[in-house]
Design a protein around this ligand. Structure first.
Ligand SMILES: [Fe+2]
Ligand SMILES: [Fe+2]
Length: 235
């Protein structure tokens, strides 16, 4: 197989059984994760009636992402492993539901708009250079959308920083290890797809630290918190 696009680091055998099996599990995570993001934005639209239309629009984008990534699987003749994805994503979704039940809007925003979106941007950024030619432009477009979702959370939290800083930090301590913990069972599959799991953790950590800074944390505090959580997740 010859590489068709210049930046591809190494040609991957997209049609090999090994690649397709790994793709089925990672694609499952992506499709179910996008569907979950859609549900979270629709819940947020109820919690933030003032921003209802905007949040419903963001949710609709997530639903479109899910459909587009189902198409990527179909293009490779692969069916997503949804059962594994539901099991791995359940703890993070439960944290969102618990926060919602407790009226903890800040944690709901941190889980979806900071943690999940940073995770999505990090994962798509590393997948893009090794994606098959069908999935690459879809991934690039989705990544731009996820940036917008991340931005929504930052814009909401930033002017309220003094009042919400404690809640943001407490939520990050609970939810970041759970989010990164999903990678424990996906390491080999990510590697098969050309993604280094350690690099994914590092990429997420940098993005999350940037987000913490964007909402008002001092650079040193953001760095320490991000590094501590990443180290715990890798331990
Ligand atoms: Fe998305
Ligand atoms: Fe998103």
């Amino acid at each position: 197989m010859s590489a068709t696009a210049a930046p591809r680091p190494s040609p991957l055998a997209y049609d090999s059984p090994t690649y397709r099996q790994a793709y089925s599990r990672i694609n499952g995570m992506v499709v179910v994760g996008e569907g979950l993001a859609d549900r979270h934005f629709r819940r947020l639209a109820k919690l933030l009636p003032h921003d209802r239309e905007e949040l419903l629009r963001l949710g609709a984008m997530e639903a479109r992402h899910a459909r587009d990534f189902v198409g990527c699987g179909r293009n490779l003749g692969v069916k997503a492993d949804a059962a594994l994805a539901h099991r791995l994503l359940a703890p993070l979704h439960q944290q969102f539901q618990r926060a919602e039940a407790q009226g903890d809007l800040v944690s709901c925003l941190v889980i979806q708009c900071l943690i999940i979106e940073c995770f999505a941007v990090a994962a798509y950024r590393l997948y893009l250079p090794v994606a098959d030619p069908y999935a690459a432009p879809i991934t690039a477009a989705v990544m731009t959308d996820e940036r917008e979702h991340l931005n929504y959370g930052e814009q909401w939290l930033r002017p309220r920083f003094a009042a919400v800083a404690h809640q943001v930090e407490a939520c990050a301590r609970r939810a970041v290890p759970v989010a990164l913990g999903m990678l424990a069972e996906l390491g080999d599959d990510l590697t098969t797809l050309g993604i280094d799991p350690a690099e994914l953790v590092a990429e997420f950590t940098v993005l999350f630290q940037e987000s913490l800074e964007a909402i008002g944390f001092e650079a040193g505090a953001a760095r320490r918190l991000g590094n501590r959580l990443a180290a715990r997740a890798l331990a």
